[in-house]
Design a protein around this ligand. Structure first.
Ligand code: TXA
Ligand code: MG
Length: 385
């Protein structure tokens, strides 16, 4: 099926930011760069705009959105979030309030999303009916300019179709949503490349990590001087509400995310480790399963090193041709995160039959976020079960 790609990619000039801001004020949705990934922005307090976000992304409404706020709110800390009609500060204990103020002072603007008790005026569509709202102050100057120019708080999920690879360039947004939105502001390649850390602060101040990102759990624990637990993600909670809190969402239903269209197999060990192992195929059942499909072309995603080595290694196991890409030259996690989604997207566009990825060997800090994204990208999809 041919789709008509009518979206305009706009260079982020002052005039174009005005054009995008007007579109937002009149209820439209706009592709917006942030320092993590590109978002699909709409007026957070207008249910019609929110409905357009869900429709464009084909996103189920049980998956809540993140509300982006302007840097102007920084001076007032958490009370500014109350004035903006978002956060119920009366519901917060003194400890919760103090923790939120510390987090805001330390990390905003930046890649930290806080899930906080919401005010009644926040539309249910933004929060999937949950009693909390996710708020973030992006650092990207174009996102900030758009927030300021529009005077709105902007709900913005990642600007990909639901479950697909997140966009880190304006062209990726065009590929994903070019047939269904008007404008995409071009802010260049996203600096971080994986989505923000999502941290919930309960009314009593208890912190829980809902999604790993650049800002890591140990860093948050050191700052808050307390342990940070693991919470249930917003989409799981929202799904439970949508199902009348009776049935749990089906297995795998929410696990698959950030997924390429081709099957992606995640190795249990690095290619270097496997290449030294005579029993590689039995030691790594995933490799065995992938090669049992008799692919004639394989796309390989390496965490580090020279992609040419992949061809040599694979020639021991298969006659298939190999197109490999590497995420970094040195194993630097920031470099891996920045390249992850765009290289995965490139391999997905190649003529490979299947994709095989190395695991991220580090699970600390950004390594936790990278491992989380690549694991979900390789998770079997619900419909395939
Ligand atoms: O870096 C980012 O956060 C990007 C950019 C565009 O800012 N946005 C983003 O949005 O990743 P999205 O929609 O792809 O992810 C939002 C996630 C939800 O899936 C959910 O897990 C969590 O944030 N979330 C949102 N509201 C929540 C709530 N009230 N309670 C718990 N989790 C929530
Ligand atoms: Mg997303």
């Amino acid at each position: 099926m041919n789709k008509t790609l009518t979206a305009k990619i706009l260079t982020a000039t002052a005039e174009n930011i005005k054009t995008a801001a007007h579109a937002l004020q009149s209820g439209e949705v706009v592709g917006m760069p942030t320092e993590t990934v590109y978002g699909l922005a709409g007026n957070a307090l207008n249910p019609e705009s929110l409905a357009k976000i869900y429709a464009a992304k084909e996103r189920p409404t049980f998956d809540p959105l993140i509300v982006h706020v302007s840097q102007d709110a920084l001076s007032g800390g958490v009370s500014s979030l109350h004035k903006m009609g978002l956060v119920d500060i009366q519901a917060l204990s003194d400890l919760a309030r103090a923790r939120i103020e510390t987090l805001i002072k330390t990390y905003w603007p930046g890649p930290l999303t806080l899930v906080l008790p919401k005010l009644p005026g926040v539309p249910d569509l933004a929060t999937a009916g949950l009693p909390s709202v996710a708020v973030r102050m992006p650092k990207h100057p174009v996102a900030q300019a758009l927030l300021k120019e529009s005077g709105l708080s902007l709900a913005a999920p990642s600007a990909n179709r639901f479950g697909r690879i997140s966009p880190t360039k304006a062209e990726h947004v065009f590929e994903e949503l070019g047939d269904r939105i008007g404008y995409i502001l071009d802010g260049g390649s996203c600096e971080i490349g994986v989505e923000s850390t999502v941290l919930s602060i309960a009314k009593d101040g208890t912190p829980s990590l809902l999604r790993p990102g650049q800002i890591s759990r140990p860093e948050l624990e050191a700052l808050l001087g307390t342990q940070v637990g693991t919470g249930v993600s917003g989409e799981k909670q929202g799904a439970a509400i949508a199902m009348g809190q009776v049935a749990a969402p089906g297995p795998g239903m929410l696990e698959s995310h950030y997924a390429p269209t081709k099957p992606l197999y995640l190795l249990t060990r690095s290619l270097a480790a496997l290449s030294h192992s005579p029993e590689a195929l039995t030691e790594d059942p995933v490799l065995k399963e992938a090669l049992s499909k008799n692919p004639s072309r394989i796309g390989v995603l390496l965490m580090l090193g020279n992609p040419q080595t992949a061809q040599t290694t694979f020639s021991k196991w298969t006659k298939a041709s190999v197109e490999a890409m590497s995420l970094s030259t040195s194993g630097d996690l920031a470099e891996i995160a920045k390249n992850l989604f765009s290289r995965l997207r490139e391999l997905d566009h190649s003529n490979a039959d299947i994709l095989i990825a190395e695991p991220c060997e580090s699970v600390e800090g950004l390594g936790h976020a990278i491992s989380d994204r690549i694991r979900r990208a390789s998770a079997k999809r619900a419909e395939a079960r």
